[in-house]
Design a protein around this ligand. Sequence first.
Ligand code: FES
Ligand SMILES: [Fe+2]
Length: 351
Amino acid sequence: MIDTNNFLLRNLWYYALPSHVLKPGQMVARTFLGEPVLLTRRLDGQVFAVKDICPHRAVPLSCGRFDGQEVECCYHGWRFDPGGHCVAIPSLLPEQSMDLSRFDVRSYPVYETQGNIWIYIADGDNSQTSDPAKEIPVIPGFSEQSPELVEVMRFPCFIDHAVTGLMDPAHSPYVHRVWWWRAGELHEEVKQFDPSPYGFTIRRHQLSESMGRLYWLIGGGLPEVEISFRLPGVRVEEITLGKHRVCNLTAVTPISETETDVTFALYGIPAALKIFKPLMYLLVRQFLGQDRMVVEKQQIGLKHDPVLRLIKDSDMQAQWYYQLKREYARALSEKREFVNPVKSQILRWRA
Ligand code: FES
Ligand SMILES: [Fe+2]
């Protein structure tokens, strides 16, 4: 049984969007945690994010224009720099001088790395932030390289259901039943887990033969895998296959209480396999689509507000997620250091 966890964590970095979606001189409007956000990229490449509401009469700034330097509201032409500072009010006469800083728009810290844009969503108008270099997971071994394949899919659910689905080992044989992913029967799995920053890590292990037929098709023997998870819902999977290393970042971003974006980004596709990229896109879409489909069905039952049951050991990761989330919120409100509730242990399940 779990108690109420239906809250969105704030004061954290969330995955905003893949870098390539926002070209220099362009703007993109999005909603994160129910807040309308306007992301812009200046001509020099720098990314900014501000609240997408004009402080004058609330028209979304995204309805206006961005010339690569300033955003102009479509209603009365007030202009803002990408950092949200009001820089011009055209209706003012030269002698009607006014302190324009009274009309600044709230700005959000953003951080771009490895082909991804992250955004810090603070509590209220608080613009405090935490060190992105420490808080945003690094895809190991890819310095500033961008992912070679990115897919974003919107799930019709609250973030928790997307995350627990992502970290759920027991659903694969039922939800992802496709020939290339795995064989039909269930096998016992034994995995060593350790605490890691704001989450936990499944210690490096060799994929069993029944799993990962896809990798087996790629060749190079059985790959080794290490998977880490951290708040607010970021999973990094590192697959080592001979001398190749393929990494997958899956990040979950709440759009609202009822919608969540799941981003899947793949790094290090071996050169010889790049011609299969269209096929990989299909497979990734199929795979994420299966997760989305089951979450859609789950919504039918969740409408009745049932008590959900979590079992050992296959739901342990879901339980840890809820514990991590509660601890993060508690540590913040008590203004103390976060204490990771996860302890090193071995988990066993059939999948
Ligand atoms: S509403 Fe934006 S300038 Fe008036
Ligand atoms: Fe899944």
